[in-house]
Write a protein that binds this ligand. Structure first.
Ligand code: FAD
Ligand code: EPU
Length: 346
């Protein structure tokens, strides 16, 4: 493992923010991780774990050791009539893993096609799209505790998944390096096509009895039509979470704003699309210097080139203030804000 010094992270985050890491290394095995922890301890530097950099916003240079997790490998670890447990290295690209599962006639994650980033980051915020979250297929994960170097196995009950949440985004934030994730995938396909435009697109594709591959293709088609490709314009997907409010609050808002959409989150709460709120306060398609709000999906903030992390942060705060003022709803950030102060020492 090579430890490099003073490396720009511009190519390692999808916002394309140009900050420097004091030290940078790509880890390809558990041994590399242990070696890196020893280095950081001796150098008295904190650690940042990075996957594909598609859900981070850097707001300062990092006087730290940045570890890009490149641990690869996909293998079945158990198999029965209906189910296969598939293990994947944290550095596998998520979409490649989805395609691998489909090619091997396994289903459960086809609705999560084309989500950028790595397998290892997927449990962090319980990635979700088109009616599925990884919570539904999560078996377990294996991680190394930064402060002790010890290996630990996490089962579903330990991870505490929620909407765009897990224990790794809360009390254990930055404290573990996930190196392997194990998934329960199904050998018989039960299509999940209830969300959004999937049915419409499948109809256009003439697929009355869709396979997992058909659903994956439909999801790819929808995503490409509305989400900006980070290769063309810097972004990290949805910048905020969709707010979840009590039914009573939603009903009152709906009286004032009859077009306000809302979807039951559970028996007593409604999820409101933040995109609607942001569009309604006038930010959709707006620019603020080198950064702005995407013109097709206002939940996505974009860096048109040369924008700094603090420019995005400032824009996000203006949006939060306007939404708070008009709707009395506070938008919570989905993207992980990373600066020198947010990191953990080994
Ligand atoms: P990174 O951005 O590298 O890291 C994210 C966080 O996880 C950081 O705090 C990092 O320290 C931590 N982390 C990363 N790897 C590890 C590890 N191995 N061990 C411990 N901690 C780790 N998300 C969705 O849920 N649904 C979507 O539909 C979706 N669409 C997107 C569309 C676009 C165009 C983009 C750019 C992003 C989208 N996202 C979506 C967000 C993002 O793709 C996911 O959050 C993804 O899981 C991030 O993976 P990553 O490897 O890039 O993580
Ligand atoms: N809308 C508007 N104006 C717009 C666009 C959307 O008002 O310009 C409203 C519409 O009412 C629309 C609704 O927002 O029906 C929902 O839009 P969309 O289907 O695009 O989904 P989203 O709620 O904005 C969420 C996730 C995405 C995920 C999609 C599909 C969050 C924070 N975002 O977006 O995840 O891909 O659903 O499931 O939950 C991500 O997390 O980075 C991400 C992209």
């Amino acid at each position: 493992m090579k430890i490099q010094e003073n490396i720009s992270l511009k190519a390692f985050n999808t916002f394309g923010i140009d900050v420097k890491a004091k030290f940078f290394a790509e880890v390809e095995s558990k041994n590399d991780i242990i070696e890196a922890l020893t280095f950081a301890k001796t150098a008295k530097k904190p650690i940042l774990i990075l996957g594909g950099g598609s859900n981070v916003l850097f707001t300062s240079d990092l006087d730290a050791l940045v570890l890009k997790v490149n641990i690869r490998g996909i293998e079945p670890i158990s198999q029965d009539k209906d189910k296969v447990i598939l293990a994947a290295g944290a550095g596998e690209m998520w979409h490649d893993f989805v395609l691998y599962s489909i090619e091997n006639n396994l289903s459960g994650i086809e609705n999560l096609s084309l989500i950028p980033g790595t397998v290892g980051a997927a449990p962090m915020q319980n990635i979700g799209a088109y009616g599925v979250e990884i919570k539904a297929v999560f078996h377990s994960l294996e991680a190394i505790k930064i402060c002790s170097g010890r290996t630990q196995i996490f089962l579903p009950a330990d991870v505490n998944f929620g909407y765009r949440e897990s224990v790794f985004k809360k009390s254990l934030k930055g404290k573990y390096i996930i190196y392997k994730v194990n998934f329960n995938l199904s050998t018989s396909h039960v299509p999940n096509i209830s969300y959004g435009d999937i049915q419409k697109v499948l109809k256009e594709m003439n697929q009355a009895k869709p396979t997992a591959k058909n659903i994956s293709d439909a999801v790819i088609n929808i995503r490409q039509s509305k989400l900006p490709d980070p290769k063309t314009v810097g972004n990290a997907g949805s910048f905020f979470k969709n707010p979840v409010v009590p039914v009573e609050v939603y009903k009152k808002l709906k009286q004032a704003y009859p077009t306000l959409p809302g979807y039951p989150s559970d028996a007593s709460q409604i999820k409101i699309p933040a995109a609607y709120l942001i569009e309604n306060v006038g930010w959709k398609g707006k620019k603020l210097g080198k950064v702005g709000v995407h013109d097709k999906q206002p939940l996505v903030l974009v860096n048109y080139g040369g924008g700094k992390g603090n420019d995005i942060l400032e824009l996000s705060r203006k949006i939060q203030l306007d939404v708070q003022t008009k709707f009395n709803i506070s938008l919570e950030r989905e993207v992980n804000l990373i600066n020198d102060k947010s990191l953990i020492y080994p």
